[in-house]
Design a protein. Sequence first.
Length: 159
Amino acid sequence: MGLFSLKREKKGDREILRLEGAITGDAGLEFIKLYDGISPKCTFNFRNVISINSQGLQVWTMFLRDFVNDHEVQLEECPPVIVSQMNMLPSFVQQAKVTSIYVPYFCEACNKVNSLIMEARQFPKGDQEMKPPACPTCKGEQELDDFDYFYFLSYLNDR
Ligand SMILES: [Zn+2]
């Protein structure tokens, strides 16, 4: 558990790259292999990533810097552990397109954080207020668990 793995899967003219476990410096070896016969259109799926350390961040951003030049890159199902890096570090995304993220909502009644998927078309625009969805357990009201969670949109919208 926790070891990094990367699975490749063809889906039409696109390749889905499923990252799993902890992204550390070792992940760089897997990223390099991607240059071998990969589709020009790639989607990195972060759903099962549990953590990323500073060496992992370094190998990812260095890999992506080069890779986005000749590939159309999408990042999908990014969990909070990835979104918080995106918020601190624009180089995590660069010219890639973020297609979906998990958003943590807090339900006071259940005293629980629920991370729910949000597609890019549902991302809040400008100062638009976001209405959190109902709690999946008790159907009660939830609050966004992190006030600055959508900070990364400010630099994505700028380009
Ligand atoms: Zn609830």
